[in-house]
Design a protein around this ligand. Structure first.
Ligand code: TYD
Ligand code: MG
Length: 454
């Protein structure tokens, strides 16, 4: 059996010495050295250090949280999404469909964060291509390094020399480690490369951002294990044909997953959108039929969204139902409720639904606005432009309450709306007199239609 290797570590500052010392040469503390076992590196641990310190249990009160101080990415949206900045040693997975702007956002992060050394590793683009993109974005950073490399052993060699404070990897699917035979992008390669990066992040307390592509069905390409390994999963979504991009967290060990960031893709890179509601609503001179505004919640953020519907007689036999940005099954359900409970003959009509701005919404609180837009188009009667809706619609045609109603009302009021329709179950405990906006409550869909078109 091989002899166990040991070394002496200062318990107050972590200084390592081959023999016992009375006084630590690093922090000058007395009698702080104790012997610890060193673990021999196995073949597939990262190349960052050849010998690791064996961990010992620590009392929870004695664990230092001072070291966990976050630093800012200089991007207010990203900081907020991460729960207040970047945590040292965190591993962050940044997923999104190809062409959505992942590389652009990460490069901007690399260029914006001033005063720290950043290494941007790209396995997809050459240094020249990245330089061109950086010029397009138009930010200069003297401490941003670019490395075009796909082999993790080479990457760690460079990292060891450069000692960056932040590492960005674009993308995990292009990396490969020499310890595994399979081709880059395969499950075992992705998992092993991510594991190496995780070990590096934890050992060196360097935050690492990993870009990952998303497959057509919306899951991260490669194994699900990637999501378990990392501390935070960020998702970048949006329609490539539109300029808006939504940044969500689907997992965050250091903050809430309810945050939402909105970016706008310009010719000069991505810009955070401060007042999303104002942009998502079309300013019109005259009201048109088939448009209703939903006072929606995206995560923790109130957002007013324009919902457009078009209802017309089905020209060819089977009526069509299509929707962009809204769940088609939910639309079909709402149409069935209208048909069955309210007697509108929509079964013979084509129904198209569109959420303005190319964004996707999931909040059930948009139901009432969707139903109102459909009926507005069906009846060809417009809804006044200063009216909005925030309620869910149940299968019996009842108007159901939604969460965070105060925030929704406040946002609608801020944007100058005069009237908001909510569920009567939501009105309990709500001081409607404190708002300038008129809060109208209803418990049945018929009541809403009576008030709107009656
Ligand atoms: P990219 O970041 O390469 O996407 P990903 O890494 O997610 O595949 O972004 C690609 C798109 O963004 C591309 O179609 C061009 C567009 N774009 C802009 O519109 N403005 C810009 O300033 C930049 C850099 C890109
Ligand atoms: Mg890219």
């Amino acid at each position: 059996m091989a002899k166990t290797k040991t070394s002496y570590f200062c318990q107050s500052c972590g200084f390592q010495s081959a023999k016992w010392l009375g006084k630590c040469p690093s922090c000058n503390a007395w009698n702080t050295f104790s012997e610890e076992i060193l673990v021999k590196e196995t073949k597939n641990t990262s190349g960052s250090s050849s010998l690791q310190r064996a961990r010992k249990p620590q009392l929870i009160q004695e664990i230092d949280v001072e070291n966990e101080q976050r630093f800012s990415s200089n991007d207010s949206e990203l900081d907020r999404i991460l729960g207040g900045g970047i945590v040292p040693g965190s591993l962050i997975l940044f997923g999104g469909e190809p062409g959505i702007g992942k590389s652009t956002l990460m490069l901007q992060l690399a260029l914006q964060a001033k005063g720290i050394k950043i290494l941007y590793i790209s396995g997809e683009e050459s240094e020249q291509q990245i330089r061109m993109r950086a010029e397009r974005v138009g930010i200069n950073n003297p401490s941003c390094f670019i490395l075009s490399e796909t082999n993790t052993q080479n990457i760690f060699k460079q990292i060891e020399q450069l000692e960056p404070n932040l590492v960005i990897v674009d993308s995990i699917q292009t990396l490969h480690t020499s310890y595994i035979e399979s081709s880059p992008g395969s499950v075992s390669q992705v998992r092993e490369c991510a594991a190496e990066l995780m070990r590096f992040a934890k050992e060196s307390a360097t935050p690492v951002f990993i870009i990952g592509h998303i497959t057509k069905d919306g899951s991260l390409a490669g194994p699900k294990v990637l999501e378990h390994m990392v501390d935070t999963v960020l998702q970048f979504e949006g329609d490539r044909n539109y300029i808006y991009r939504l940044l969500r967290t689907t997992k965050n060990r250091f903050g809430s997953t309810n945050e939402l960031g909105i970016y706008e893709m310009r010719g000069t890179g991505l810009r955070a959108v401060d007042n999303p509601s104002e942009i998502l609503i079309t300013q019109r001179n005259e009201p048109v039929s088939g448009v209703a505004i939903a006072a929606s919640m995206e995560g923790m953020r109130p957002l007013l969204i324009e919902i457009q519907a078009l209802v017309s007689s089905a020209a060819y036999g089977t009526p069509q139902r299509a929707s962009t940005g809204f769940d088609l099954r939910r639309l079909n359900m709402l149409l069935a409720v209208l048909e069955k409970r309210c007697g509108f003959r929509l079964g013979v009509k084509d129904v198209f639904l569109n959420i303005a701005g190319g964004i996707k919404i999931e909040d059930p609180g948009n139901d009432l606005a969707v139903v109102s837009a459909v009926l507005s188009s069906n009846e060809d009667l417009s809804i006044p432009q200063d009216v909005c809706f925030a309620a869910e619609v149940g299968l019996t045609g009842e108007i159901r309450p939604v969460n965070r109603i105060e925030q929704r009302i406040a946002e609608a009021e801020k944007l100058g709306f005069k009237k908001i329709f909510i569920s009567s179950y939501n009105i309990k405990g709500l001081d409607v007199n404190k708002y300038k906006i008129k809060v109208v409550s209803a418990s049945k869909m018929e009541e809403v239609f009576g008030l709107l078109f009656g």
